[in-house]
Design a binder for this molecule. Structure first.
Ligand code: SF4
Ligand code: SF4
Length: 315
C-alpha cells in the first residue's frame, strides 16, 4: 500500500504530502531526518507493497503496459465512487491476473500518477481525485493503505536512503531496489569498506559516481544468473504455503561460500556450477571496485590501493 504525492516543490527541498499518510506533510530536505521512500521526487516512486511486482510477468514492459491501460481506463470511466466497482471488475476481466504468489494481493487501483509515466501510485488517493479519498473500496481498506510503512523505512539508514534516491531514476528499478534491504545494505557496506567510510549521499550527484553505482543496482533487472522461476522474488521463493529463502548450495557447486552470498540471494541467483559462481563474483567485484576507484579519483580520496575490496577479502 502506499506512497506519497507532491504538494509543492521548493528550491530548498520537496514538500511531500503522503498519500498513504495523508494527514502528514513531510519535508525532504537537508537537515530533515525523515526520508520519504514511497514518492521521493518527480522522477520515481514505488508501488511494491500494492503488489506491483507480484504478477507472473513483472517485466518492465509488461508492467508499463498494464499500468498505462489501467490509468487510461480510470481517467475515462471513473467519475465518482459509484464507478469503482465496475472499474475493478473490468480490470479483472481484461488483465492477465496470473500471480507470482497467490497470497499477495495485486491491487487494481495502482496506476501512473503523471503524464510522463515516471511515478506509480494510488489512483484512489485524494490528490488524484480532487480531494475525495476513494481508498475505502480497496482490498486493504483506507486505514491500511494510509498507514503502511514497509521495513525499508526502518532498516535502511538515512544516508543509504538519500544515496539510493540520488542513484536511481525510474519507478521500475527504484521499486525493486528500495525494497531489497540486503542488496542496499551489502552494496553500501562493501563500498564503505573500500573507501573507509560511508560515501556521503551528495557524492552521487556526480554523474560518474552515480552511474557507477547505478550499474550495480541495475543488476536487479539484468542479472545473468537470475532464476527464471516465477515463484522467486529477490531472496524469497514460495513453496505454495510459505515463503522461504533457498540457500545457495556451494558444496554441490564445489566452491566455498561466496563473500557476495547475500547479494547473490537478493538477485535470485541460480548457478549451474562453480564456474558460474566465479563469473558472478567477478561481475560484482568489478562493479564495487569501479566505484571505489572512481570515488577516490573524483573525491581526491587517497587510500592505499592494497585496501581495495574484493570477493576473496569478504570471505
Ligand atoms: S488502494 Fe491499492 S493502489 Fe491504493 S494504496 Fe491501497 S493497495 Fe495501493
Ligand atoms: S514498499 Fe515501502 S517504499 Fe514501496 S510503496 Fe510500499 S511503503 Fe513505500
Amino acid at each position: 500500500m502506499f506512497t506519497g504525492f507532491f504538494k509543492e516543490f521548493e528550491p530548498s527541498g520537496l514538500f511531500l504530502l503522503s498519500p498513504g499518510k495523508s494527514s502528514v506533510m513531510f519535508l525532504l530536505m537537508e537537515g530533515c531526518d525523515f526520508v520519504h521512500l514511497c514518492q521521493p521526487d518527480s522522477g520515481k516512486s514505488c508501488g511494491a507493497c500494492c503488489g506491483l511486482y507480484n504478477y507472473a510477468d513483472s517485466s518492465e514492459e509488461a508492467l508499463t503496459e498494464r499500468l498505462r491501460k489501467r490509468t487510461r481506463l480510470f481517467r475515462e470511466k471513473v467519475e465518482s465512487e459509484e464507478d469503482l466497482h465496475a472499474f475493478s471488475e473490468r480490470i479483472k476481466s481484461i488483465e492477465d491476473g496470473t500471480k507470482r504468489y497467490d497470497v499477495i494481493y495485486c491491487c487494481e487501483f495502482l496506476g501512473f500518477l503523471d503524464e510522463d509515466e515516471r511515478r506509480v501510485g494510488c489512483l484512489l488517493h485524494p490528490l488524484q481525485n480532487g480531494g475525495r479519498d476513494l481508498r475505502g473500496v480497496s482490498f486493504y481498506g483506507r486505514e491500511l493503505c494510509d498507514g503502511h510503512f514497509c521495513p525499508s523505512y526502518h532498516y535502511i539508514s538515512e544516508a543509504e536512503k538519500r544515496s539510493l534516491i540520488k542513484i536511481l531514476d525510474g519507478w521500475y528499478l527504484y521499486g525493486l531496489c528500495v525494497t531489497d534491504i540486503d542488496l542496499v545494505k551489502e552494496y553500501f557496506r562493501l563500498v564503505s569498506d573500500g573507501i573507509g567510510e560511508m560515501p556521503p549521499p551528495g557524492c552521487f550527484e556526480r554523474p560518474a559516481l552515480r552511474d557507477a553505482a547505478r550499474r550495480f543496482f541495475s543488476l536487479k533487472a539484468s542479472w545473468p544468473f537470475r532464476s527464471t522461476s516465477v515463484n522467486r522474488l529477490g531472496k524469497y521463493y514460495f513453496d505454495g504455503s510459505q515463503y522461504m529463502i533457498r540457500p545457495i548450495d556451494y558444496e554441490r557447486l564445489g566452491v566455498d561460500k561466496s563473500g557476495f552470498d547475500r547479494i547473490f540471494l537478493s538477485l535470485s541467483s541460480e548457478f549451474a556450477d562453480g564456474e558460474d559462481v566465479k563469473k558472478a563474483e567477478g561481475i560484482i567485484r568489478c562493479l564495487i571496485d569501479d566505484f571505489i576507484l572512481l570515488f577516490r579519483k573524483e573525491c581526491n580520496f587517497t587510500v592505499d590501493e592494497e585496501t581495495k575490496v574484493g570477493a576473496g577479502e569478504q570471505g
